[in-house]
Write a protein that binds this ligand. Structure first.
Ligand SMILES: Nc1ncnc2c1ncn2[C@@H]1O[C@H](COP(=O)(O)OP(=O)(O)O)[C@@H](O)[C@H]1O
Ligand SMILES: [Mg+2]
Length: 247
């Protein structure tokens, strides 16, 4: 079946004012298709986290709506929460638990019965690629290993949409490459992703389409190739520069 034309997310004019008259995001509109990796890219303070947190139902939108797998964040937030997972930037995990214990603990929250707990833990263990290190305490893990564990946890319930805020930030190149490859692999198995990143070069390799966001405005949406062609540039960083300067 061709999923690529079904939208798993429709964002319709989402705006947020933390303070009256000051927009952290304004009229943000885009779609994410089933099986797609969509990345919001822009510098720090652009409004990525604000937009993502509204879609994740953690932050109330000032204006607009988003439809996640057919459910409105305004009128059906519980339904939305059931079909997404959200991985915040700078998320941590319980240092005194082993990796396996952490996955069991999280499976206990997501799963309906003992069989499903087992299934979820097996699935997440495999996704994490941590092997025997899952038996060790999380306190002994590197940043990269913790991120892999958190990614595996996020994918455990097979969410209709996985929302990952800056999934590779603070990682060295090897671990960032691993995370990118893991996301690509999950996407090829049919999972859908909304990512954010301030690293425009890196995101070019992982996303099917990107949205360029600056000062709360979504300025361009397209594939990296389309945007590079349109602006006659070699990479997305240069596209960003031109998009922002042209306004
Ligand atoms: N809780 C908050 N209260 C007031 N302003 C905020 C809050 N969170 C973020 N902002 C402001 O909103 C804007 C967008 O921030 P954010 O969404 O975190 O951007 P990004 O994730 O792209 O770095 C910034 O100007 C930021 O200072
Ligand atoms: Mg952010």
């Amino acid at each position: 079946m061709d999923n690529k034309n079904i939208n798993v997310l429709e964002v319709k004019g989402l705006s947020k004012q933390y303070k009256k008259g000051v927009y952290a995001s304004q009229g943000v509109t885009f779609n994410v298709r089933k099986g797609e990796i969509f990345a919001l890219i822009g510098p720090n303070g652009a409004g990525k986290t604000t937009t993502i947190r509204m879609i994740s139902t953690l932050l109330k939108a000032t204006e607009g709506d988003a439809i996640v797998d057919g459910h409105s964040i305004l009128t059906e937030p519980e339904k939305v929460r059931q079909c997404i997972t959200y991985l915040p930037d700078e998320a941590g995990a319980y240092k005194t638990m082993t990796g396996t214990r952490y996955l069991e603990f999280m499976a206990g929250i997501y799963a309906n019965d003992a069989n499903q707990i087992k299934e979820f833990v097996e699935r997440a263990s495999e996704i994490s690629e941590l092997g025997d290190r899952l038996k060790d305490k999380i306190g002994s893990y590197s940043r990269g290993m913790i991120r892999k564990l958190l990614l595996a946890r996020a994918m455990m319930p097979k969410p209709a949409l996985a929302i990952l805020d800056e999934p590779t930030s603070g990682l060295d190149i090897i671990n960032a490459l691993d995370i990118r490859r893991m996301i690509k692999k999950l996407s090829s198995q049919g999972m859908s992703f909304l990512l954010s990143s301030h690293n425009m070069l890196e995101i070019e390799y992982v996303s099917d389409r990107v949205g360029i966001i600056a000062k709360g405005h979504l300025l361009e949406v397209g594939t990296a190739e389309e945007l590079k062609d349109k602006y006659g540039t070699r990479n997305l960083e240069e596209v960003f520069e031109k998009v922002v300067l042209s306004r």
